[in-house]
Design a protein around this ligand. Structure first.
Ligand code: HEM
Length: 432
């Protein structure tokens, strides 16, 4: 790896952030792994950061990229920088509200972009055409399975974006066709995003998949957090059917991403343990979006609030302390009005579906974590590991009280969920 393009860019009298040699730098990270990046590169990247104030605006993207790239030498390495989350347009309840369909379409494009990148990477390795991260390549049987699950994970979003998913008997052929079509469709803005968000710590093949799976989960968590904020506001304003419909949509979205677990389950334990040696301090316990989801449903009890669960996300902790509105609180205010609730079974349906989807998510996560770590290894977030997960696995999503005095009906059918929210959901109870 030759840092010459970076040298040249730096020695210009007035370098421009838009011309920064991202490809050269990203290639170097993927060649060495962040943990093993030669000092020469770190020095040049620090010099780049020092020059940022004198560059013509805008320099925001480059500054964010350098923050992510220099996290280890700076001693700021964590879950957000590991996954390059500041570079991903993750929906956020604090941002200006946008129409739900637009947010879903934006998420779908990026979800497909990230998974297509994974598919392309696996195909390059399979075809021996110069894929980076050569350590511990999986055998072709594993890759075939992985490609099948990657396509399944992208399928609901692909359908909403009007892609035809080819029906071939061979997962590798299907994956090739999907990747070819979806890569062409990727917006140029998203191309750089997808590329710049792959800065693995190691050169272990499976780390690529690990990063992409976590990123796609995070993207959807962000959208769920925006939705649940809207649900709380709708309940507060007594727009109960709207709240119920949005909750059903949130449940459908969570079910949609269940195949990601089967995809991740193709990870080779030896590979996981090899790159995990360098990810200490980066744990999904620091996931802001996940904790927003949990705390928007109901305020966590003081014991959980003051444990590693929330102390790892200081921003969410502060929001809760300053009275973040929750769906549960808004429901409390109207619970006394039995008639209002009785007239809105759609809300009870939504709550039931969302609760079931969250419990399914937590159980699957726990199972996979035990498969990879057992019950004695500690977590990278300084917890006891899987015993920490077991403790909260079956905790109530909303308060234990019945959400509605009406008799529960079966889950919503496709006709009662708004068309945009329709998902061809694929159940994934087995990590096969
Ligand atoms: C190999 C796969 C995985 C293993 C072994 C694993 C293991 C763990 C462990 C041990 C913890 C406890 C905190 C700590 O790190 O000390 C944890 C927390 C967590 N993990 Fe995973 N995890 C895996 C995959 C995932 C994926 C794909 C996601 C999706 C974003 C995820 C999301 C979370 C979240 C949100 C928490 C915090 C839960 C809470 O605080 O209640 N994990 N994980």
């Amino acid at each position: 790896m030759n840092p010459e393009p970076l040298h040249r860019w730096l020695t210009q009298p007035r370098p421009c952030a838009q011309r920064f040699p991202y490809d050269t730098v990203i290639d170097a990270y993927q060649h060495h792994g962040k943990q093993f990046l030669p000092a020469e590169w770190t020095t040049l990247l620090r010099a780049t950061r020092n020059r940022l104030p004198e560059l013509p605006a805008p320099t925001g993207n480059l500054a964010a990229f350098l923050d992510v790239a220099l996290d280890k030498p700076d001693g700021r390495y964590d879950y957000r920088t590991y996954l390059a989350l500041p570079l991903l347009p993750i929906p956020d309840p604090d941002e200006r509200p946008q129409p739900a369909e637009r947010l879903l379409a934006r998420r779908d494009h990026l979800h497909v972009g990230l998974l297509t990148d994974l598919i392309s990477f696996e195909l390059r390795a399979l075809d021996n055409t110069g894929a980076p991260l050569p350590q511990l390549r999986p055998d072709p049987t594993v890759v075939t399975k992985r490609l099948r699950h990657a396509v399944r994970s992208a399928a609901p979003a692909l359908r909403r974006l009007s892609f035809d998913i080819p029906s071939t008997d061979n997962p590798v052929t299907t994956a090739r066709q999907v990747a070819a079509a979806a890569t062409l469709d990727l917006h140029p803005r998203d191309r750089l995003t997808v590329r710049a968000t792959m800065l693995p710590v190691s050169t272990v093949h499976d780390e690529w998949m690990f990063i992409r799976v976590l990123q796609t989960f995070e993207l959807t968590f962000g959208l769920l957090a925006v939705n649940l904020t809207a649900v709380a506001a709708a309940v507060h304003a007594r727009r109960l059917p709207a709240a119920g419909t949005r909750l059903s949509f949130a449940a459908a979205l969570l079910r949609d991403i269940a195949p990601l677990w089967s995809l991740l389950a193709t990870m080779q334990p030896e590979a996981f343990h090899t790159f995990r040696a360098h990810t200490d301090g980066a744990s999904a316990i620091q996931s802001r979006a996940y904790k927003l989801i949990e705390s928007l449903c109901r305020t966590p009890n003081p014991q959980r609030l003051n444990s590693a669960a929330y102390l790892s996300v200081p921003d969410v902790h502060a929001r809760i302390r300053s009275g973040q509105p929750t769906i549960d609180d808004a429901l409390d205010a109207i619970r006394a009005d039995h008639r209002a609730l009785a007239e809105c079974p759609i809300l009870a349906d939504g709550m039931q579906q969302f609760t079931a989807a969250v419990h399914q998510w937590r159980r699957t996560h726990y199972r996979l974590a035990v498969r990879m770590l057992g019950t004695h290894r500690t977590g990278t977030g300084a917890t006891l590991g899987t015993p920490y997960l077991l403790h909260s696995r079956d905790a109530a999503v909303f308060s234990d009280r019945d959400p509605s005095p009406v008799q529960r009906r079966p889950p919503m059918t496709a006709t009662t969920i708004p068309p945009q929210a329709l998902t061809a959901s694929i159940g994934s109870r087995n990590l096969s």
